[in-house]
Ligand binder design. Structure first.
Ligand code: NAP
Ligand code: ZN
Length: 354
């Protein structure tokens, strides 16, 4: 078996830190692109998975699904990329490519199960590793269908988190047709939430940042929020009831959704993207009395991810990032859990070599 030597950082168990790890990537097949990874964002999902908070994580585990870099090799059937191009990889690296969801460009809802960039069974193979290994590493081999073009005008490091935080917020905003004349609430000002604010603002909505952290209020306005609503202020929450056309909820843990549902107007929807844990008991009242809905949304498919990147290129939208060296990743995890990052850590992969 021909393989490419790679190095990165991995966890060996749910309770141990990320440490240096050598492993193998597959040699490019005709449709594959090999990318030298320059930057990788740090998503809260990386932490949930590394620490096995969602169950099922297999070790060694290499996180990272907000990948940008430069193409170093292409298979002979690759049409979209050539050596030297900028390229991005998000949360998906494979799917069946034949079910109705894949045919609709919604590979994240593949009926036969998508392959995540990390922690999924690697159905393509070509290495000794059973599971996919993510972007906290120096290189990756990916089928070109799952590789994105990065607009040249965007700062490359600050574009990395668009590959997950960007598309996870863009997709529901588009699906629920958020735009001019609508009052939209973004709940939680973290990596996803700050992109939600920027994107909803660029789509023309009146944006309200709904946060537990009063000190983030000024930042929210700089990011494009028109108003800030403190979710711990019961009077302010009461006054805002029945006033929102759409809510995007990025809270990363189970929580009581009733106070947020009460903010929706008749027929409006709250989309949950953060919590996969059980939400506390939900009362039927907010649904029944104003025909409100609650829905969920998972990242986005490949065509929509490219659309989002192009939209960000046109509107010059990137993430607000704090760059970290690979060796400081464990501290970055602890700070992310405490909400102490503005608003996304991005790993400078050059630091892996030093
Ligand atoms: P993050 O950077 O940690 O931000 C989460 C924000 O939520 C925090 O900054 C905080 O904002 C708020 N928050 C935290 N704990 C809270 C609590 N107990 N109650 C109320 N608000 C709380 O996380 P992220 O990277 O944006 O990810 C958010 C969630 O989305 C994670 O669970 C992640 O796994 C998930 N995710 C889902 C998808 C998908 O496809 N659906 C994709 C990527 C990530 P304030 O200080 O402003 O309150
Ligand atoms: Zn993510």
């Amino acid at each position: 078996m021909m393989t490419i030597n790679a190095q990165g950082y991995a966890t060996q168990s749910a309770t141990t830190e990320l440490i240096p790890f050598k492993f193998e990537r597959r040699d490019p097949r005709p449709s594959d692109v090999v990318i030298e990874i320059l930057y990788c964002g740090v998503c809260h999902s990386d932490i949930h998975s590394a620490r096995n908070e969602w169950g099922g994580t297999q070790y060694p585990f290499v996180p990272g699904h907000e990948i940008v870099g430069r193409v170093t090799a292409v298979g002979n059937k690759v049409g979209k990329f050539k050596v030297g191009d900028l390229a991005g990889v998000g949360c998906l690296v494979d799917s069946c490519c034949s079910c109705h969801s894949c045919n609709d460009g919604l590979e994240q809802y593949c009926d036969n199960g998508f392959t995540g960039t990390y922690g999924s069974e690697d159905k393509i193979g070509g290495t000794p590793h059973k599971m996919t290994l993510g972007g906290y590493s120096d290189k990756i081999t990916v089928d070109e269908r799952f590789v994105l073009r990065i607009p040249a005008n965007l700062d490359l490091a600050a574009a990395a988190p668009l590959l997950c935080a960007g598309i996870t917020t863009y997709s529901p905003l588009k699906h629920w047709k958020v735009g001019v004349g609508q009052k939209v609430g973004i709940i939680g000002l973290g990596g996803l939430g700050h992109m939600g604010v920027k994107l909803a603002h660029a789509m023309g909505a009146h944006v309200v940042m709904i946060t537990t952290s009063p000190e983030k209020g000024q930042d929210a306005k700089k990011l494009g929020a028109d108003e800030v609503l403190l979710s711990k202020n019961a009077d302010a929450m009461k006054a805002a009831e029945n006033s929102f056309d759409f809510l995007l909820n990025t809270i990363p843990v189970g929580h009581d959704v009733d106070p947020y549902m009460a903010l929706l107007k008749r027929d409006a929807t709250m989309v949950v993207v953060g919590a996969v844990e059980p939400l506390t008991e939900v009362s039927g009242v907010p649904f029944i009395f104003r025909r409100r809905s609650m829905a969920g949304s998972l990242i986005g498919g490949l065509p929509e991810t490219q659309e989002m990147l192009d939209f960000c290129g046109i509107h010059n939208i990137t993430c607000d990032i704090e760059m970290v060296n690979m060796k400081d990743i464990n501290k970055a995890y602890d700070r992310t859990v405490k909400g102490d990052v503005k608003y996304r850590f991005v790993i400078d992969m050059a630091s892996l070599k030093s």
